[in-house]
Design a binder for this molecule. Structure first.
Ligand SMILES: [Mg+2]
Length: 386
């Protein structure tokens, strides 16, 4: 059976700041999706959240970029945002950058990860959703999952994975993509994806048969809106098992809480902390950046599950390390490298401060002249300067 999995997410407002979605907004979105299911637009759906991001996980047979499915998601966010406004929630409707829907939700604010697949006899998937960071945050873990045998021994042991994977990498500034094959072009791949603010892994395919293995939502809100409107918190859908990474290999990639940009005001590096659904609330310094993972089996378009993948003491040490890193990074205050580099700060409110200070800057040559004259004046009075 051919099934499309669509995960569409948006920040439509949060309770008491930017840390958690209100259950009433989720209920409003759920009502819209239930209607779409009754009408046969969707086969199944599951609604969740990570931090302040409302996540719509939907299945159907209508393919990617389907106007009906995208309109359903848009309406769900609109209804949820109405409830958010009624409750006076913070930043209600934040990610809904347009007043009207025009056939495709891309470019309107919400993030979209979709894959149209031929269901295998058993189709296990994991959906990873993060808050307080951006799509490039998945570059490192996806590289580890699909290209690093120290993370994924299946690349070495399993003959069906031995030919490796190819990575479609998008340059988000130029809007152009390149496909690189691992392991053959591993160094070229790393040369790009090590700059995750610019080069973002968008899709991964198996080399031998082009099987689609993973997709990432690649919207960058700051480039869409031209001003900072919240980090475009990312989502990835990863297919698992039988010639693809085992579930545990996919999860292992998140056992190292690597530094990602985002966190407070979208302006700070912090560790990506894998948490259970109940801990998907970005509290300390609006973070640290949180990641949840849900595991499903997709059968005839139905979502069987989920399993809350990081609700496991085996990830306690990753969380503890993330807390230690959070302490260490926080002690830098407003200094880099805790604060992001200037190019990434362009879309925050920092340029307003720089603009205010601009008239007070004096040319260095003028300041030097002033010092010279004081010195000369001192000499002329016969004072000594030893
Ligand atoms: Mg968010």
């Amino acid at each position: 059976m051919r099934t499309t999995i669509s995960v569409i997410k948006a920040d439509i407002g949060s309770l008491a700041g930017h840390h958690v979605v209100h259950p009433d907004t989720m209920a409003a979105a759920s009502k819209v999706l239930a209607e779409a299911k009754a009408q046969g637009i969707l086969i199944d759906y599951y609604i969740t959240h990570v931090g302040d991001d409302l996540q719509l996980i939907m299945t159907h047979t209508r393919g990617e970029l389907d106007p009906k499915v995208h309109e359903t998601a848009w309406n769900a966010f609109k209804k949820a945002a109405e409830v958010a406004r009624d409750l006076g929630l913070y930043a209600a409707g934040q990610d809904l950058l347009s007043d009207s829907f025009s056939g495709n939700i891309r470019g309107l604010g919400p993030g979209v990860a979709e894959m149209d697949i031929e269901e295998r006899i058993s189709e296990p998937i994991a959906i990873f959703m993060a808050d307080k960071t951006e799509p490039g945050a998945f570059n490192l873990p996806l590289y580890k999952m699909f290209a690093d045998p120290f993370n994924t021994p299946g690349l070495v042991i399993d003959p069906t994975m031995h030919d490796g994977f190819k990575f479609e990498v998008l340059d988000v500034y130029e809007g152009e993509a390149v496909t690189l094959t691992a392991p053959q072009e591993l160094y070229d791949l790393l040369a790009l994806i090590g700059t995750p603010a610019r080069y973002v892994i968008r899709r991964i395919y198996r080399n031998d048969d082009n099987l689609l293995a993973a997709v990432v939502a690649i919207e960058r809100l700051n480039l869409i809106a031209g001003k900072y409107v919240g980090k475009d918190d990312p989502v990835t859908i990863v297919r698992l098992q039988h010639g693809l990474p085992a579930l545990g290999e996919a999860l292992e990639a998140f056992s190292f809480p690597h530094l990602v940009p985002g966190w407070m005001r979208g302006s700070h590096y912090g560790p990506l902390m894998p948490v259970s659904q109940r801990d998907a609330r970005a509290t300390r310094f609006d973070g640290p950046p949180r990641l949840i993972g849900l595991g499903f089996n997709v059968k005839n378009g139905k979502l069987v599950g989920p399993s809350d993948l990081f609700d496991d003491p085996a990830f306690d040490e990753a969380r503890r390390l993330a807390n230690v890193i959070a302490d260490y990074m926080r002690r830098h205050g407003t200094f880099m490298p805790h604060r992001l580099e200037p190019t990434e700060m362009e879309y925050t409110t920092l340029p307003l401060i720089q603009e205010k200070l601009k008239p007070r800057f004096k040319k260095e040559a003028d300041m030097y002249k002033t010092k010279e004259s004081i010195y000369t004046k001192g000499k002329s009075t016969g004072e000594t300067h030893d």
